[in-house]
Design a protein around this ligand. Structure first.
Ligand SMILES: Cc1cc2nc3c(=O)[nH]c(=O)nc-3n(C[C@H](O)[C@H](O)[C@H](O)COP(=O)(O)OP(=O)(O)OC[C@H]3O[C@@H](n4cnc5c(N)ncnc54)[C@H](O)[C@@H]3O)c2cc1C
Ligand code: SF4
Length: 342
């Protein structure tokens, strides 16, 4: 790990002024340029950032700590009845928060199922959404792949069992945040604040950047910008939401596949709006539009759920070692839909 200066920012603007580069930009330089870097990058809980520093994938001159910025971990109800989550809220405090458990139980479940108790006490929601991909080639200094500014994807013809089954060319990462599938299903917006204190808002779905838009970053965070809030809309009265996941083990690991389903049911039980989002399936949380179309306007029973689950695989292009994800996702989508309507 290189030596770096540690800056405790006291306000969002102070943090944004100091954050000269996003981590994605700082990691795209050549190895020689990385070691001479003058960049300042942001740290939240530090779980992902310190991994990158320890692996020599990132060598900033300064690390800007967000922990001392007052209020950045607040969880408050907004004027519309939605919730405004501070990006520095720890995964554990969110999972245990009574309002989240009551109104957004699927999100609380997804957070409780992420990582391990020790990590959830330190990791923040902002850092979770902005963590870099887990592709093992990307995480190794030995491989300068496309996403780090190199000329080749090593996963496409290599070890790709944990990789994407949708939109996997020319880079087959899966988005690493488990909470992201639920947040996209909920139509959440994010707020980003720059050094002048000006904020912009966009939907989380649009904030994520797929490889065909830009191969070297996973989101639209800009230099000198801080993720300042994650805004959850007020749930509609008929909202039914479920998150399910399957991993090789229950803790300490990312899921092989996870699914968030949000259904708006009217008084008769007819589905008026459906969101079916697959996690660990594509470079960004994958919206299964064909499954949503099957569900919308229907009374959802076992037959409809099975049809939607098959439709969720539409457009899949599995790689040499990850076709096992197809039946896994089909089962998880069917299970999540049926759980949502019981
Ligand atoms: C063993 C293990 C198992 C795991 N399992 C899971 C899992 O199942 N599901 C899952 O989702 N995650 C999992 N994780 C990942 C973990 O949850 C993330 O690394 C963690 O949430 C990152 O949050 P952090 O606060 O530590 O972020 P940091 O490491 O501090 O930051 C992460 C990135 O976000 C940027 N950043 C952070 N906050 C802001 C902000 N407000 N504005 C601008 N930039 C910001 C930083 O610059 C950095 O690039 C696991 C990690 C480990 C080690
Ligand atoms: S999948 Fe993406 S991150 Fe992994 S080796 Fe290929 S280009 Fe790099």
């Amino acid at each position: 790990m290189n030596r770096f200066a540690f800056i405790d920012a006291r306000t969002i603007s102070e943090a944004a002024v100091s954050a000269s580069a996003t981590v994605a930009e700082a990691m795209t330089a050549t190895p020689e340029a990385i070691s001479r870097s003058e960049d300042s990058v942001v740290k939240a809980g530090g779980i992902d950032l310190l991994d990158l520093l320890k692996e020599g994938l990132l060598a900033p001159a300064r690390v800007v700590n967000l922990k001392a910025v007052p209020g950045l971990d607040a969880i408050v109800e907004d004027e519309t009845g939605g919730l405004r989550l501070g990006p520095m809220a720890a995964l554990a405090s969110l999972a245990d928060h009574p309002l989240l458990q009551k109104r957004y139980a699927a999100l609380a479940d997804a957070l409780r199922g992420s990582a391990s108790p020790q990590i959830r006490n330190v990791a923040t929601l902002g850092g979770n959404l902005l963590q870099r991909p887990r592709c093992w080639y990307f995480r190794s200094q030995a491989y300068r792949c496309l996403r780090k500014g190199g000329g080749h994807c090593f996963a496409i013809s290599g070890e790709n069992q944990y990789h994407a089954i949708f939109n996997n060319m020319p880079c087959a990462i899966v988005h690493p945040s488990t909470a992201a599938s639920v947040l996209v299903a909920l139509d959440v917006t994010v707020e980003l604040t720059d050094a002048a204190g000006t904020s912009r808002r966009l939907s989380l779905e649009d904030f994520f950047v797929p490889p065909d838009r830009d191969l070297q970053r996973e989101n639209d965070l800009r230099p000198q910008e801080i993720l300042s809030a994650i805004c959850l809309p007020k749930p509609s009265p008929g909202l039914r939401m479920v998150h399910v996941r399957q991993g090789e083990k229950d803790s300490f690991d990312w899921p092989l596949a996870d699914v968030a389903v949000a259904l708006d049911l009217d008084r008769d039980g007819t589905c008026t709006r459906a969101a079916v989002i697959l996690g660990a399936a594509a470079p960004v949380p994958h919206r299964a539009k064909a499954a949503e179309a099957v569900l919308t306007g229907k009374l959802v029973d076992e037959g409809v759920a099975a049809k939607a689950a098959r439709a969720a695989l539409e457009g899949a292009t599995p790689l040499s070692k990850n076709a096992y994800k197809l039946p896994l996702f089909e089962t998880l989508v069917r299970r999540a839909i049926l759980k949502a309507v019981v």
